[in-house]
Write a protein of this length. Structure first.
Lengths: 114, 110
């Protein structure tokens, strides 16, 4: 099971990549306090003002194209940068491990709500 | 909660188990023997699927005399749906903040 979102940013791919990978930029939108080494196997620590702290490891990184973080609870977040006429399209996919597909959820949700 | 929801989806990843749980949901309650009579499966196969489903919290069993009676429980699925809603809402907020941030960052002189 996964959650997907998309947004188009009116900026170049380089600018979008910086906003997604540089700690001081991530602190402007992702979490209140961020440490991130955006290299393969690099560590990340994300802290929010409500006391939540999440640790991550960089599972994959393709400069200007893709960043995959694996949370310590085993879920992953994939950030993908894609061409778009208005700038750069960002595709987000957050997944939890061993979960069936969304299709299976819908199939089983039919009886959950019946 | 991630592990618990993971067990739910692992349990439902098998089409036969979905079949068992859906049939049980429509019956409301049933023994493995009754379910096997309704499904193209042996009683042993049904019992095995029910055990997996019970570990995931999707069904509950109760001893009634010589029989074990199973009932469906959709509560764990609501947890999974809640996870999707929570994570989706988080990303909606974050991406709105990201859009504001890049607009401000890139605004004057860049």
């Amino acid at each position: 099971m996964e959650v997907e979102r998309e947004i188009v940013l009116p900026v170049t791919r380089e600018e979008a990549w910086e906003a997604l990978t540089e700690p001081e930029r991530l602190e402007e939108w992702f979490a209140n306090d961020v440490e991130l080494d955006a290299t393969p196997g690099g560590h990340g620590v994300f802290e929010w003002d409500n006391g939540e702290v999440r640790h991550a490891v960089v599972e994959a990184v393709e400069e200007l194209e893709r960043l995959v973080l694996r949370w310590d609870d085993e879920g992953t977040v994939e950030l993908e940068l894609l061409e778009h006429p208005a700038g750069t399209r960002i595709h987000v996919r957050e997944t939890a491990p061993d979960w069936g597909t969304a299709l299976e959820l819908h199939a089983s949700a039919a009886w959950a709500t019946a | 909660m991630g592990d618990r929801v993971g067990a739910v989806f692992a349990a439902l990843a098998d089409p036969s188990r979905r079949y068992v749980v859906e049939r049980l949901a429509s019956l409301g309650r049933a023994t493995p023997t009754e379910l096997a009579g309704e499904l193209p499966m042996t009683r042993q196969a049904v019992a095995k699927h029910l055990a997996t489903l019970e570990l995931a919290g999707l069904v509950h069993s109760r001893r009634e005399g010589r029989n074990t009676v199973y009932r469906p429980d959709p509560t764990p699925l609501r947890d999974a749906t809640a996870w999707m809603e929570r994570v989706g809402a988080e990303w909606d907020d974050r991406l709105a903040a990201l859009a504001r941030h890049v607009a401000e960052h890139g605004a004057p002189g860049r």
